[in-house]
Ligand binder design. Sequence first.
Ligand code: HXC
Length: 520
Amino acid sequence: MTQPGFELQELIAKMEQRRAYALAGGGPERAKKQHEGGKLTARERIEKLLDPGSFLEMSTLVQHARNRLMDGVESPGEGVVTGSGTIDGRQVFIFSQDFTVLGGSLGKRNAMKVTKIMDLAAKTGCPVIGLNDSAGARIQEGVDSLSGYGEIFYRNSVYSGAVPQISAILGPCAGGAVYSPAITDFVLMSRGSSYMFITGPEVIKSVTREEVTFDQLGGADVHTRKSGVAHLAYDGDEAVLAGIRKLLTYLPQNAREKPPVRDCTDPADRRNDKLLSVVTPDQRKPYPMIDVIKELVDDGDFLELQPDWAKNIIVGFAHLNGAPVGIVANNPKSMGGSLNIDASDKAARFIRTCDCYNIPILTLVDVSGFLPGVQQEHAGIIRHGAKMLYAYAEATVPKVTLIVRKSYGGAYLAMNSRDMGADVVYAWPTATVAVMGAEGAANIVYRKEIKESENPAAARAQKVAEYKETFDNPYIAAAKGYIDDVIAIEDTRRVLVQTFEMLKDKVEERPYKKHGNIPL
Ligand code: HXC
């Protein structure tokens, strides 16, 4: 006779019951509230992100760590859905915070679910994707929830540069919770339904008396325009999830691999005659650098990161003949393309991201220098600009620099000159390389002669013209070997494709160290 409770059908029913309890999360009412707020539920997000049917869930039956304050509190699935799956056939690990369960708040066991998949991702060499929608530390669990965050931050840091980590912010992200996404490689936000801040509007009001809404304080626009915390903003969850899928097409699975090369139908030797009417030799005439980038890369497809922050520098991913490339370019349409504190931070971080994940770097130069000003000096442009120098020199991926137009002074070096480790440097015939522009140079070098001349204005104009004739071209730098070749503008795509192809197996060793000490 079978003992009661050990009948197979009963055991299966019990399993199904437990599973159904966890899968239901916070129930239909809270799911409805989630939808009314323009958000998907944690499981809907996973379904939309991963290849159909590929999700393998983990730790479904985990329950909260009991304590007196949690007596009688239900936490189906413990407020986070975790597991693995594939995106375009490539394995990823994922955690999706479930706001319908205790506001997706993070307790000890919730953190345990997250760290479990982070560890598996590191062991198997796969990206980790976090879909964040959480009210932060679970108040009832006190120090245990803080400890849970600690365990996540620790892994975010230890696995940084080992496997790509992508954070989507799809709801509230408050308190210490923002630091986990901030340590990851990429932060994507949904407009209108997500926000990130350390202390919320209430606390701010009580401390500083400032009144601010959630969105004004830490919405997607704030973090993609003002703070630079987020890389991309989208309208709605589905667009964010599509953004993650696209981002992954540029990334390898881990630091040991190269990024995936895809089929390319855009001819490698496509001529770029269009560019002849984009860039003019007149240094004072700005042009859209973004048009230059789009003309050169495969199918005009460029994923710009942080497009609305530090607009004086452009960073982002594209493909050249099917192979991913990271692009750093000055933007003459903003601040004359000069480098300031934010631009230096933005570029340095991007260069290091490319280097972590074996993505070659193309640098397009049209830079007047570092931005002069008391504010910049006092805010530490020396320290911040140094990050760019450091990041380029540190990077061992293939590095190609193309001087499009002006390249002056310290910014010549900061934009990856030959001496700073560029493998190949090209220039267009429109390029000029000098310590500074002709006007400034003539004023300094010929000050005495200009002042003592009978007609200072004419003398000055003559000296400027002389200086331009001598220095405002790429040929002195090319003659000295600082530029490897001056290339035809319309032939640029072919040259770049061939050059990156030539460099694809580059290996560059560095002396032993624990890690470098980049100025921060
Ligand atoms: C436990 C929480 C919770 C929390 C909300 N809930 N916050 N449970 N711990 N921190 C619960 C609510 O009781 C509610 O449960 C459900 O989640 C949804 O919350 P609502 O307030 O109804 O939702 P909404 O109106 O959308 O407001 C969302 C919110 C608000 C703005 C996020 O809940 C809020 O301000 N929560 C507190 C945020 C916070 O201060 N967190 C701690 C940050 S400090 P029911 O059962 O009604 O559905 C921190 C330190 C980390 O994170 C340090 C690491 C170093």
